[in-house]
Design a protein around this ligand. Structure first.
Ligand code: ZN
Length: 324
């Protein structure tokens, strides 16, 4: 298997069969060896000093004390979610969103063991731009994704009654007995594609991008559509280019907020660009040699290092991809 993309890492065994073993889960919550990944309003806890790489901050049960009990209630509200086992230690996501000042709480006398000190902060994982170690980035991404889902599924989409978390946070069930509907975590598929006519790549620029940044085209998969059809439709809608052969490359969890990016290379059949300015600010063909020679600056820069877009482009530039 090729190396996984950023935010995907095989280091966490999900131990799915343990999720229904509530006794084992509750024991793990108070097990001194277990670790908790705190999330506050979609932000992750990291430690970073000037000139060093950011590191994930995870907390032991002893450090959290009163915020974990009663464990069954925290589980039922979806504030504690079992993520899996890393190096024989159970890992949980812990939602601190109800707190107004979570760092103050973690520094309180009741949680003196948490050891939260200088350089520790909550931050949007996306802002770290892949500077965090890969295994830690994947763990933070998973914790964020699970708690994002819980926060948005507190009520049943069928009958509107409250839901409660089951299976250690991997399912929510409607509390209205006549309804009893089960709701499962969502990840919404999006296609992302490097379109090439041979020596040139089609890249676009959204007005939300950083100065100078161009990237591969991307878009959501719609109901009733195959991935290949979604690739062709998005490219046609955004640039007017028609594509022929579409080849799968790799995928990437993208919890910003709840997507999986499905990466493709596609062969262009036409070359005349018609930009949809509702979607893009610009789109253009970029020559392979020009891209290889260009340094990142405000006149032109590549997509961020942690993105599958960058990987699709780099693999094409290095000749590891055949689009024709
Ligand atoms: Zn319901």
């Amino acid at each position: 298997m090729q190396a996984p993309n950023f935010y995907a890492h095989p280091g966490c065994a999900r131990a799915g069969r343990r999720r229904r073993d509530t006794g084992w889960i509750v024991e793990r919550i108070t097990d001194p060896a277990s670790l908790f990944v705190p999330v506050w309003r979609n932000q992750n806890l990291v430690i970073e000093f000037d000139g060093t790489e950011p590191r994930a901050v995870v907390l032991a049960a002893a450090a959290l004390g009163p915020s974990l009990t009663p464990a069954e209630e925290r589980l039922a509200r979806g504030e504690v979610v079992f993520l899996g086992v890393v190096e024989e230690r159970a890992h949980f996501a812990l939602d601190l969103s109800p707190l107004e000042a979570p760092l103050d709480t973690l520094r309180s006398p009741a949680m003196a063991a948490s050891g939260i000190g200088a350089g520790v902060r909550f931050t949007d994982l996306r802002q770290l731009g892949g500077r965090i170690e890969r295994r830690e980035g994947a763990l933070l991404a998973l914790a964020r994704a699970m708690l994002f889902w819980h926060a948005r599924h507190r009520f049943c989409g069928l009958c509107g009654n409250p839901t409660r978390s089951e299976e250690a946070g991997h399912m929510r069930r409607c509390t209205e007995p006549a309804c009893n509907t089960m709701h499962f975590p969502r990840t919404d598929p999006a296609v992302i594609m490097l379109v090439s006519d041979g020596e040139r790549a089609l890249m676009g620029r959204s007005k939300h991008f950083p100065p100078g940044m161009y990237s591969t085209l991307a878009g959501f998969v719609e109901p009733g559509e195959s991935l290949e059809m979604a690739v062709a439709r998005e490219v046609r809608e955004e640039t007017g280019i028609e594509v022929g052969a579409v080849h799968y490359h790799s995928s990437q969890p993208w919890p910003f907020p709840a997507n999986i990016m499905l990466g493709f290379h596609a062969q262009a059949l036409t070359t005349e660009i018609t930009v949809d300015y509702g979607e893009l600010e610009d789109a253009r063909w970029l020559d392979r040699h020009w891209l290889l020679a260009h340094a990142d600056d405000d006149s032109f820069r590549m997509p961020r290092l942690d993105s599958i877009a960058r990987r699709l482009i780099e693999d094409w530039l290095q000749g590891r991809i055949e689009t024709g």
